[in-house]
Write a protein of this length. Structure first.
Length: 295
């Protein structure tokens, strides 16, 4: 004969233990998802213009894990990264009508990317960015496009932009107006993908501007259906070679003044496609074939 003993309190304890474990698991998953959702903060400007004032943000001052959104707020409340401030973010979006100012000796370091217009980018600008400090995108991948501009971007005198670790293009000016009067360094440390700069808007490298492009696998500078005007200095392969063409032009390219200099220190040369215009009134040096052209 078999004797079976049954204790209802044991069954109750077992069921309670299982329910508790499920609850703890769900709580853990909820906390993880909440943390992911909270890894973003939006500019409000409720207490002025200072980037470092927590009251100006929906979820506090951004850290290196935050996707930052800057919407169009009051003109008196646009964000400023002040002198000596080292701001960080995972990604930054400047929306239409918004303005981001970076003062001299201020800096913004981008540590990742977010999605915009069906692609990923570290800094997406649909408003206005005025940089007199340093914008750095080199500590981690900055997505398909390191800097993606569709509106007005001004790299002012004394400013500096450093881009590494993009997937497709270091700097994409897509229908925007990009004005440079300072230093832009692309691919000095790590690959930026196929193209260093791709322009399909208006790009002005004004007096005082200095652009250096390395480690692009296809083309150093691509101008497609855009207008690119150089009145300063462009160096392609300052350190490491670029593949394909140094400059690929399928638009309007002006090397505009006698002070303008384009130096291509590799086998890559200028390729002007079809009936598009490349005008050289300055100095173009293609070092690989040791020829100097001046018109």
């Amino acid at each position: 004969m078999t004797l079976r003993l049954f204790y209802p309190e044991m069954k109750m304890q077992f069921l309670f233990t299982c329910a508790k474990q499920r609850f703890l698991l769900l709580l853990f998953l909820w906390c993880c998802s909440t943390t992911a959702l909270l890894a973003q903060t939006t500019w409000t400007g409720t207490n002025g213009t200072s980037w470092t004032d927590a009251e100006n943000w929906s979820a506090g001052v951004p850290d290196a894990t935050d996707d930052v959104t800057i919407p169009n707020v009051s003109p008196q409340s646009q964000p400023t990264i002040g002198a000596g401030t080292a701001a960080v973010a995972k990604s930054v979006e400047v929306q239409s009508g918004a303005i981001l100012n970076i003062a001299a000796t201020g800096s913004l370091t981008i540590n990742g990317f977010s999605s915009h217009n069906g692609s990923t980018t570290g800094l997406f600008n649909a408003g206005t960015v005025a940089n007199s400090g340093i914008i750095l995108g080199s500590t981690a991948s900055v997505g398909q496009y390191g800097l993606y501009n569709t509106a007005a971007f001004n790299n002012n005198s004394g400013g500096e932009i450093i881009i590494d670790q993009s997937i497709n293009v270091g700097l994409l000016n897509n229908s925007g107006i990009f004005t440079n009067a300072a230093k832009i360094t692309i691919g000095a440390v790590a690959s930026v993908g196929g193209e260093g700069i791709r322009n399909s808007g208006t790009f002005n490298n004004n007096s005082g501007g200095e652009i250096g492009i390395d480690r692009a696998t296809t083309t150093g500078l691509t101008n497609v259906f855009g207008t690119f005007t150089n009145a300063a200095k462009i160096t392609i392969r300052a350190v490491v070679d670029v593949g394909g063409e140094g400059i690929y032009n399928e638009g309007q390219f002006n090397n505009s003044t006698c002070a303008a200099l384009i130096r291509i220190s590799s086998d890559a040369i200028v390729k002007n496609v079809n009936t598009y215009t490349f005008t050289n009134a300055g100095l173009l040096i293609e070092n690989a074939i040791q020829q100097q052209h001046q018109q």
